[in-house]
Design a protein around this ligand. Structure first.
Ligand code: FES
Length: 83
């Protein structure tokens, strides 16, 4: 499953680098269980609240401090229902 993380300037200011670091670590920890591919993306035109993350055509906004919860609550669940 692909997870696109925005690295556009607005998301960068909101901490996309920290979000990427956290998610990269977690994806490594879970790599035997789920197949998740992280990649960077340019501005998604949704620079409002947190760092924009796109999964299956849906855009989420994630703050760096919430990245770990987001991984468990959204990414893992989506990856399990990926088929
Ligand atoms: S900079 Fe990330 S959505 Fe615009």
């Amino acid at each position: 499953m692909k997870v696109l993380i925005c690295i556009g300037s607005s998301c960068h200011v909101r901490g996309s680098r920290d979000v990427i670091e956290t998610l990269t670590r977690l994806v490594k920890e879970y790599e035997k269980k789920v197949d998740i591919e992280l990649s960077g993306s340019f501005c998604m035109g949704a620079c409002s609240k947190g760092v924009s993350i796109k999964i299956k055509d849906r855009i989420y906004h994630v703050k760096p401090e919430d990245a770990e919860d987001f991984f468990h609550e959204v990414i893992l669940k989506e990856a399990e229902t990926c088929g």
